[in-house]
Write a protein that binds this ligand. Structure first.
Ligand code: PRX
Length: 576
């Protein structure tokens, strides 16, 4: 914990944090929605339809930048027509309220159109990151019992090996934009043909506040990823945090670098900014410092929401590169997903002349919870303070609040609007989050200082955060043991300067296989092809034995302690 303080630069939309906390009610925020005045209750109505019948009809909702820097743009009026068409097209092939709709796609305009279009008819949208591999897609489609998948030909090709194994999936809607996009698969329909045949008039369906609008699959330390369901009422918190934390305003151009396959990319890469009717930029290409900087310059990005790993990679690219670009329009920077180290904040101040505001939240919380606000002094390295209306605490296993400067479990009093409404078809998992009386337990350890600032310590479980992506060790271990050479595997997160953590695997080989560098690469590539381009171990160590409990569970904390040269702690439960 450092003692330096970076003073507030401006007041921002919230003006006075202390006062906002005192006066705040969620009911007051609700009054700003159409549904408070008899309008339809649906997040899609509030983010698109409402603006399309206002002066914002011709305002740009989305500036799309393709991988080769090609560009297109869509107004709120156009987005309304396109999402209406998609809602009709999906209805025509039998989709109904409550159906799960997967959108497995690069960050194309069609991703935004289909995600919002599905919400209009009351379906549950689930964007899937296009780096996912066939097993990861299969697990999600089967768990959700999804009937509809919208994808691109090259991604369909990737999952073709599991195509006969996708349960109830009955419709594959193909976005065929290229000349080499080939023939449709058996259950396939052409996206553009459907869109052309559909009407651009649609009555957005009225939903109940707790009805789901999105499901994001996310990892825990045991089992496969779970479907975290967010309800339409999450919009209440997405709206007011976008206003007070991201500090968005009417005239802003906003860029959220997260993919809609993750919660940041939906809550703040679709819903939040469009609730405020703000123009946003999306980039479908790969990370590269010069490309990123040129997007900020060319589009005059004023508010930028990104992640610590990206910032650390930019920092590594050097200050000279920064000087080549004009950041004079950039007004506000925020970060999420992993600890934002103090040196990155100091670097940001030096090169952009701006503070970087850390925000803490999770897929399960649906929206920002503990943050740094424009009007508040920043203690570099701290996550900030709970948002007005959010009650956080550092608690022990009995739910007792611990005094300042004491490490404990970071917990939240249930009742904030964007809290997940359920875990899809897994009530026991959902209940686990509320096992401590009166609290939602986040799974993170933290402490609060005497001024009420929260400081992140680490995960309380084995969940790994690599380049901001959340990965369950069990999922990686399960993929590893499917490789013919692997008998057993244990996986941990190993601290890394740029990526936060990298995945390290300890592997016992089957008889007849000899350790080699080539085999390490082969095993790592195998996991990549199966799960995703970010879930493969960057380090593999061949071992003869893995530490296990007497009941046979791999003791990852022992692997980690040994790797880091730390005390291994209580080994009472370890088998001899
Ligand atoms: O461990 C915390 C870390 O990311 C976890 C949530 O991951 P996910 O559900 O993928 O959501 C990420 C984006 C909302 C948390 O339990 N985390 C998130 N933000 C921070 C963080 N760790 C430290 N500082 C943060 N600001």
């Amino acid at each position: 914990m450092s003692s330096d303080l970076i003073r507030a630069e401006s007041k921002g939309n919230m003006q006075d944090f202390e006062k906002a906390c005192k006066d705040f009610t969620w009911a007051q925020v609700e009054k700003e929605f159409d549904w408070s005045n008899g309008g339809v209750y649906n997040v899609a109505h509030e983010i698109i339809d409402r603006h399309a019948v206002s002066w914002r009809k011709n305002k740009i909702a989305l500036y799309w930048i393709g991988p080769a820097n090609e560009e297109s743009k869509f107004t709120f009026g156009e987005m309304k027509n396109l999402t209406n068409r998609f809602a009709n097209a999906l209805t025509d092939v039998g989709a109904k309220k409550g159906d799960r709709v997967f959108i497995y796609m690069d960050r194309l305009p069609e991703l935004y159109i289909s995600t919002v279009g599905a919400m209009k008819l009351g379906a549950v949208s689930s964007p899937l990151f296009s780096a996912l591999g066939p097993e990861a897609v299969k697990d999600r489609v089967l768990d959700a019992g999804a009937k509809f998948l919208i994808t691109q030909p090259y991604l369909y090709k990737r999952i073709e090996p599991v195509a006969d194994d996708l349960g109830e999936l009955s419709h594959i809607i193909m976005v065929r934009n290229g000349p080499d996009d080939g023939v449709l698969p058996e259950k396939g329909t052409d996206y553009h043909a459907m869109m052309n045949a559909a009407s651009d008039r649609f009555e957005t369906v009225n939903m109940a506040p707790a009805d789901p609008y999105v499901v994001h699959y996310t990892s825990g330390s045991t089992g496969k990823p779970k479907g975290v369901i967010l309800g339409h009422k999450a919009m209440i918190q997405e709206y007011v945090t976008t206003k007070w934390v991201l500090d968005l305003r009417e005239e802003d151009t906003y860029w959220c670098t997260a993919d809609p396959g993750w919660v940041t990319g939906t809550s703040y890469g679709i819903v939040g900014p469009w609730l405020l009717g703000t123009s946003m930029v999306t980039f479908a290409g790969r990370f590269d410092p010069r490309t990123w900087y040129s997007i900020i310059e060319r589009h005059g990005v004023t508010v930028w929401y990104t992640a610590p790993t990206a910032l650390r990679m930019l920092m590594k690219a050097g200050n000279e590169v920064v000087k080549e670009y004009d950041f004079s329009k950039l007004r506000h920077i925020c970060s999420v997903g992993e600890p934002l180290n103090a040196p990155v904040i100091h670097w940001g101040k030096e090169v952009f002349g701006k503070r970087i505001h850390d925000t803490w939240w999770q897929t399960e919380t649906g929206a920002q919870m503990i943050c740094n606000y424009p009007s508040m002094d920043i203690k570099p390295g701290s996550m900030g303070k709970p948002f007005p209306g959010v009650v956080a605490g550092i608690v022990d296993e009995d739910g007792k609040e611990l005094p300042p400067m004491t490490q404990g479990m970071l917990a939240i009093r249930p009742g904030w609007p964007s809290m997940m409404v359920s875990i899809w078809r897994n009530a026991p998992k959902f209940r686990e989050y509320f096992r401590v009386p009166g609290w939602f337990v986040s799974g993170d350890n933290a402490f609060m200082d005497k001024d009420g600032y929260y400081w992140f310590i680490g995960r309380a479980d084995d969940v790994i955060k690599t380049s901001g992506e959340r990965i369950g060790p069990f999922e990686v271990e399960s993929a590893l043991v499917e490789h013919p050479a692997v008998a057993e595997a244990g996986v941990i997160g190993k601290p890394d300067e740029v990526r936060g953590e990298i995945i390290k695997a300890f592997v016992i080989l089957r008889d007849g296989f000899t350790p080699s560098e080539k085999l390490k690469v082969e095993i790592s590539d195998f996991v990549k092809a199966k799960l995703s381009a970010f879930a493969n171990p960057r380090e593999i160590e061949f071992v003869d034995k893995l530490p296990k409990t007497r009941s046979g569970k791999i003791m990852r904390r022992v692997l980690k302690a040994r790797e880091l040269g730390l005390e291994v702690g209580d080994l009472n439960t370890m088998e001899e």
